[in-house]
Design a protein around this ligand. Structure first.
Ligand SMILES: O=P(O)(O)OC[C@H]1O[C@H](OP(=O)(O)OP(=O)(O)O)[C@H](O)[C@@H]1O
Ligand SMILES: O=c1cc[nH]c(=O)[nH]1
Length: 217
């Protein structure tokens, strides 16, 4: 029901942005960190745009007619607050006319090493027949993503769900592929081999939300 595209599997400029996200000497420049997540969102959006449905259009220029095509799918760009916001902006930079949806959730450990997800808010329009793009920079255990998707799917049955992440653990990819039950594609910047006992991706980049916006209480 799902397949996976990994941006840094071939040599391209995305590795420059991913390196800067990871590098302890560069990632503390908050504006650059957010902008690099935005750029990964833009590049992954370009890649996924190749899989959308298009319709033919004739564009009138001052000197004639140019036969072309335009996106036919109705897109809804969604994200998980708060670390998802820069990637969400990157996706929206590419798909000018998309609707938006938001999920608010956060990971908490409740004193154990087991990650629990608290989800407090889901807002979107009707998703029936739409192409949903769900952008979140970190896919670690995959629990936030699947819970967010479960919340969003209460608002309708999309035609397809595109999941975008800058960095994922291999375990997170496997978890999503095993448990997702809607037609979907994963678009990932880089897949890392492990997680630590706090479910942080190793080598990863640290805490994406804190690096974007500062520590939260
Ligand atoms: O795959 P998972 O193990 O569920 O982890 C991934 C989640 O962790 C981060 O958010 P976080 O909970 O740190 O919240 P924040 O965006 O408020 O910083 C990230 O943006 C994902 O939503
Ligand atoms: O490594 C991780 C895992 C979850 N959230 C992050 O911000 N980083």
């Amino acid at each position: 029901m799902s397949n996976t595209f990994i941006l840094n599997q071939e040599a391209n400029v995305a590795s420059t942005y991913i390196n800067e996200l990871r590098d302890v000497n560069i990632q503390t420049d908050r504006a650059r960190f957010r902008r690099n997540l935005e750029r990964i969102g833009e590049l992954l959006s370009y890649e996924l745009s190749k899989t959308l449905d298009y319709e033919s259009v004739d564009i009138t220029t001052p000197l004639g007619t140019s036969p072309s095509r335009r996106v036919k799918d109705e897109l809804v760009v969604t994200t998980i607050l708060r670390a998802g916001l820069p990637m969400y902006q990157g996706v929206l930079n590419v798909f000018d006319h998309a609707d938006s949806g938001f999920v608010a959730s956060y990971r908490s450990s409740s004193g154990t090493d087991e990650v629990e997800i608290n989800m407090e808010y889901v807002a979107s329009g009707n998703l029936d027949g739409k192409v949903v793009i769900l952008a979140d920079p970190m896919l670690a255990t995959g629990k936030s993503l699947l819970l967010a998707l479960e919340g969003l799917l209460k608002n309708g049955t999309p035609k397809h769900v595109h999941i975008l992440a800058a960095i994922s653990s291999q375990q997170g990819v496997d978890y999503v592929l095993e448990n997702i039950n809607v037609p979907s594609t994963l678009w990932i910047g880089a897949v890392d081999p492990e997680m630590n006992d706090k479910s942080y991706i190793i080598p990863g980049l640290g805490d994406a939300g804190d690096l974007c916006f500062g520590e939260k209480l």
